[in-house]
Design a protein around this ligand. Structure first.
Ligand code: ADP
Ligand code: MG
Length: 692
């Protein structure tokens, strides 16, 4: 196939591009390439030599129409058209057609490129003959069986790869999807409701059966079954087969037999036999025929619209979802695939109008460019195995280095709980000052030391906070409801300052932000209610909490007096508002607590719970089920990721240890007498003998 590199579409890349970017895969981009368009003329004894002329290069076709004399001598009626395509096939054998149109597309599919071959044209022009061929005569077999043959022949020629082939056969009739390879008796769409689904890998038909075929004969019998189903359906459902679109898909997946290669490629070849393109909505159609006509005219005109949009460099949006045909072919029209359009036309004068319309379609298709790319993916299992192998090798190498450096006792395996506990204790002693330095043994140990620093730090933070909580009630500064409730209760003024008894007794007395000096600690055992009722609102007394403590834990928190054990937050604002609080002292009439509110509708979370238990119980059940399936899948994915990450980490540690060893050995070359099992290294500036 001659490559026609075209300039890039625009600086933001092609808008229609639908690359199957697998989460674990990648696609190697190729150059831009035009859709290849061919015309095949159906042989006839009545060929309109006067009207249809082929160019010498066999790539152009000229149409000449005699002037309609009824429209007068002077009229602007166009009479000549010239179409330049990639090839005109007239009197061409099935063999030549395959060689010209399909061979390269199929060959490239085995290298990971998606391919689409489409036959377009009016009914009877030879689309099905081209695509499927005649079943009675082997010589006249079409593109489908030949493509299958080529795929299996190429597999035989590639013993280095394990290649699997799957096929599916979809029919779209009156906007309904039919599985031509369904093993069930053919009963129609209500039994097998198929849907078109899009995901990052591309478009696929949910519910369409995909069949593994290990040899040519299996594939042929599936193709035969599909063709038979197509004919049976046309009788039982009174369908006109020229009114349906058929998509036969060959899916290829190739894994290298060399175990070390974790990459693999996938591709699909779509072979599309479109419905007749003749204008059907002419006068006289009614009922079923009219419905068919509408659907076909619509889907082909949507196909044309999509193609015009694909061919227009300035168009941002390509309308793929307007009908089943374009939606199902979304990632097979344009995009990253090799694409070929074969237009079937009659050679007779009587069909010239339809022929012109078919050729116009072909020349529109010629404007579309695609960017063929290899669909490359990664086999996670193989990747893990390869990493494990490499890890084992690196460990061996490290062992050799250690033995050369007399470091035979160093263990590089992940630490167990006892070792971690020992490091934790070292860190604590170090922080207390009873241990002067922590010896470095290896990188893993260094990392664990840092880790334990973090653990100890967060434990201490928690301890400080819970100490505060035991004494005081903490309110989140962002919890405006709680703050306003406290303000209402007169515990905090509008600026967020605490108010309280001037002598600092009872509960905590607020002073401006929480950097107040340490004061007398509260000994109050009053309940929250008592505290509320007895609270005076004066400012200026010292806080009972030391500034140091507050700095640690109250960056986002307001302090208010605590109830005996509980937390203010445990008591909802509503409770506080409606419970029988004693009125505040009369010197603050404005701040009096409001009477209990009348009953209000339940809060949203409660209403939602009710809904889930009653009307929404079925939805809730399905939701829960789906959620658990999702969680299960997430878990599996995360396990694999963790495994890979763990191995990677281990490898990094091992590699670093190895480097460390190397540098150590280099140094040792200079200071020969130093042999140490441990390399003392202080975390402080002081140096002292290592702790036992
Ligand atoms: P379509 O699918 O476009 O409606 P078909 O492929 O069914 O048209 O062709 C209609 C008839 O013409 C069939 O009997 C087919 O065998 C015959 N025919 C079409 N093209 C050729 C060809 N190139 N050579 C011989 N017979 C052909
Ligand atoms: Mg047909």
């Amino acid at each position: 196939m001659d490559e026609e590199a075209a300039p890039k579409r625009d600086k933001n890349g092609p808008k229609f591009h639908c690359l199957p970017h697998s989460t674990q895969g990648s696609a190697r981009m190729g150059t831009r390439k035009k859709v290849h368009t061919f015309v095949r003329v159906k042989p006839t004894d009545d060929f309109a030599h006067e009207m249809i002329k082929y160019g010498d290069d066999n790539k152009s076709i000229d149409i000449h129409l005699k002037k309609d004399t009824r429209r007068g001598v002077v009229n602007n009626q166009q009479t000549d058209w010239s179409f330049k395509l990639d090839g005109v096939l007239h009197n061409a054998s099935q063999d030549l057609v395959y060689e010209t149109v399909a061979k390269d597309v199929v060959a490239q599919a085995l290298d990971g490129y998606n391919g689409t071959i489409m036959c377009y044209g009016q009914t009877g022009a030879g689309k099905t003959y081209t695509m499927t061929g005649t079943t009675e005569n082997y010589k006249h077999r079409g593109i489908l069986p030949r493509a299958l043959q080529q795929v299996f022949r190429m597999i035989e020629e590639r013993p280095t790869h394990a290649i699997t082939v799957r096929v599916s056969y979809l029919e779209i009739y009156n906007e309904s999807l039919f599985d031509l390879l369904s093993t069930l008796p053919y009963v129609g769409p209500s039994v097998t409701p198929m849907t078109i689904v899009e995901n990052p890998q591309g478009v696929f038909i949910k519910g369409l059966s995909v069949h593994l075929t290990s040899q040519e004969e299996d594939a042929f019998s599936l193709l035969f079954e599909g063709e038979t189903n197509r004919i049976i359906a046309s009788h039982t459902m009174n369908k006109n087969s020229s009114r349906s679109h058929c998509i036969f898909t060959i899916y290829v997946e190739a894994h290298s037999r060399t175990l070390s290669d974790e990459k693999y490629i996938t591709s699909k070849i779509n072979l599309v036999d479109l419905a007749g393109s003749e204008r059907l909505g002419k006068s006289g159609s009614e009922g079923r025929v009219l419905k068919e006509a509408t659907y076909i005219n619509k889907s082909l005109s949507f196909l044309e619209q999509a193609i015009i949009a694909l061919g227009d460099q300035k168009r941002e949006h390509v309308p793929f979802r307007q009908c089943k045909l374009t939606h199902a072919l979304k990632d097979s029209l344009g995009g990253n695939c090799n694409m070929v359009l074969l237009t079937n036309i009659y050679g007779e004068a009587a069909q010239l109008e339809e022929t012109l319309s078919s050729l116009r379609f072909a020349s529109r298709m010629k404007l579309v460019t695609t960017e063929p790319a290899i669909n490359e993916k990664y086999d996670a299992e193989r990747m893990v195995k390869n990493l494990e192998k490499e890890l084992a090798l690196l460990k061996q190498e490290l062992a050799i280095h250690d033995s050369l450096a007399n470091r035979t006792l160093v263990n590089y395996d992940p630490m167990d709980e006892i070792q971690i506990a020992e490091i934790n204790s070292q860190v604590r002693r170090y922080l207390e000052g009873t241990l002067d330095e922590i010896d470095i043994i290896n990188l893993r140990q260094i990392q664990e030391v840092f880790n334990q620093f973090r653990v100890v730090l967060s434990q201490q933070e928690q301890e400080v906070e819970s100490a505060l909580r035991r004494k005081y009630t903490l309110i989140d500064k962002n919890d405006f409801a709680a703050i306003s409730a406290v303000q209402k209760a007169g515990l905090v003024d509008v600026d967020g300052h605490l108010v309280g008894e001037p002598d600092g007794q009872g509960f905590g007395l607020g002073v401006t932000p929480f950097s107040a000096k340490p004061g007398k600690k509260s000994k109050s055992k009053k309940t929250f209610k008592e505290q509320l009722s007895s609270s005076a609102r004066k400012e200026g007394a010292s806080s009972p909490v030391s500034g140091k403590e507050l700095d640690v834990s109250t960056s986002k928190t307001q302090l208010t007096p605590s109830s005996k054990e509980g937390d203010v937050k445990d008591m909802t604002i509503r409770e506080r508002e409606t419970s029988s609080l004693e009125p505040l002292p009369s010197d603050s009439p404005k701040e009096e607590l409001r009477p209990p509110r009348p009953s209000t509708p339940p809060p949203k979370p409660v209403a939602f719970e009710d809904f889930k238990n009653e009307r929404g119980s079925e939805i809730n059940r399905i939701f829960k089920e789906n959620k658990s399936i999702l969680n299960e899948r997430r878990k599996r994915a995360s396990e694999t990721t963790q495994r890979i990450n763990a191995i990677k980490r281990e490898m990094d540690v091992t590699k670093e240890a190895l480097n460390f060893q190397k540098s150590l050995r280099e140094k040792q070359g200079q200071v020969d007498h130093v042999t140490a099992r441990h390399v003392p290294c202080s975390f402080t500036s002081r140096r002292a003998p290592p702790d036992s």
